[in-house]
Design a binder for this molecule. Structure first.
Ligand code: PHE
Length: 355
């Protein structure tokens, strides 16, 4: 069996000299494949005597064990070497300077900045931060807000409906459903605000299908319209950083407030430039009113004992007026030029440590 011993030696030596998993496999096939050298020896065993067969069988099994043990070990060694090589090749030199023409300062998006400002101001005015889901059920978005089925106000909302088999779902058309979620907690006095995304199937210079609103709600035993006026005046003067700002409360209609008003702020417009707090032109900025008794009742709140005011503002609009952006659609165009012009540096971002 001298030949066989030589075969073992060369097989193990070949394994040892392999440098890739593919080569290892080739060696395996060469010896143990269908037509492999060891396989063929096993096939020819029938020619041998019983004693020889036994002896050979033992030897082959032993060899097989060693061969596959070595193959596994070698495989691991090769893998380790390959990983090391890959790591070395793919190393990133973080000390390399960036390419000059690709350099731009990262900025905070104006919406993020404006939301942070609103959070800071309303937080300081005693309201608590709340959130609601973007996908709402029909009840919270409409019915509980005194907008029953077939009510024309539903048409006004250009609603995105969400396909669903059980309950009726919509992408919330305003942040007002957060009012209901909080009224249902029945913890009074209730003083909350809720900024977030809202959706309407509408797209032109003044509308994007996704936009932001912030909702405010204060419910207590003796809340009046005068409280609402004081609150909004204080908020607007602080937000626009302008003590001269005048507010006009214009009678309006919302199904969930009674009485309802829209609020305008005064401004002048010269050569297309809007200056707030001066002049006799008016810009609409928000909707508000006293919480409708039906809304309180439907949330299980005693409308005889508790009263509330609510308001809702479009955040893009507030941002455009404060920072002078002419086109709403620019907010969501991901244009680096626009972002680096209108964006805010990290240091300008409002301090939120009080939260
Ligand atoms: N939800 C109203 C809108 O989207 C705004 C609003 C909120 C009005 C709260 C009154 C009270 O237009």
């Amino acid at each position: 069996m001298k030949n066989y011993d030589q075969l073992i030696d060369s097989a193990l030596a070949e394994l040892e000299s392999c440098e890739t998993p593919e080569l290892l496999d080739k060696v395996r096939v060469k010896y143990f494949g269908k037509n492999g050298e060891v396989t063929n020896i096993l096939k020819s065993l029938s020619k041998f005597s019983q004693a020889e067969k036994k002896d050979m069988g033992k030897k082959v099994n032993l060899f097989k064990q060693t061969f596959f043990d070595n193959l596994e070990k070698k495989k691991k060694v090769i893998e380790q070497i390959q990983i090391k090589e890959k790591l070395q090749k793919e190393q990133i030199d973080i000390s390399l300077p960036t390419r000059e023409e690709k350099k731009f300062d990262s900025k905070i998006h104006p919406i993020t900045h404006t939301v942070n400002e609103i959070i800071s101001i309303l937080g300081n005015m005693g309201l608590n931060y709340e959130e609601g889901p973007d996908i709402e059920n029909d009840f919270y978005n409409f019915t509980a807000l005194n907008i029953p089925e077939n009510h024309p106000a539903r048409e006004m909302h250009d609603t995105f409906y969400v396909k669903n088999n059980s309950e009726k779902l919509v992408l919330r058309t305003h942040t007002s459903p957060v009012q209901i979620r909080n009224l249902k907690k029945k913890k009074f006095p209730l003083r909350i605000f809720a900024p977030g995304r809202t959706y309407r199937c509408d797209s032109d210079i003044t509308h994007t299908p996704m936009f932001h609103q912030v909702e405010g709600l204060v419910v207590d035993h003796s809340v009046t319209f005068a409280n609402l006026k004081w609150f909004l005046e204080k908020f607007c003067k602080t937000f626009f950083d302008n003590e001269e700002l005048k507010l006009r409360f214009r009678p309006s209609y919302f199904p969930f407030t009674e009485p309802s008003a829209e609020v305008d702020i005064n401004c002048s417009i010269t050569a297309g430039k809007i200056t707030l707090g001066e002049g006799d032109k008016w810009m609409e900025i928000l909707g508000c009113g006293m919480v409708h008794p039906n809304v309180l009742k439907m949330s299980g709140v005693d409308d005889q004992k508790l009263k509330g005011f609510a308001f809702g503002m479009g955040i893009e609009r507030l941002s455009m007026l404060k920072y002078g952006m002419p086109d709403l659609r620019d907010f969501y165009d991901s244009n680096i030029k626009w972002l680096s012009h209108y964006g805010f540096s990290f240091l300008e971002t409002t301090d939120l440590s009080w939260r």
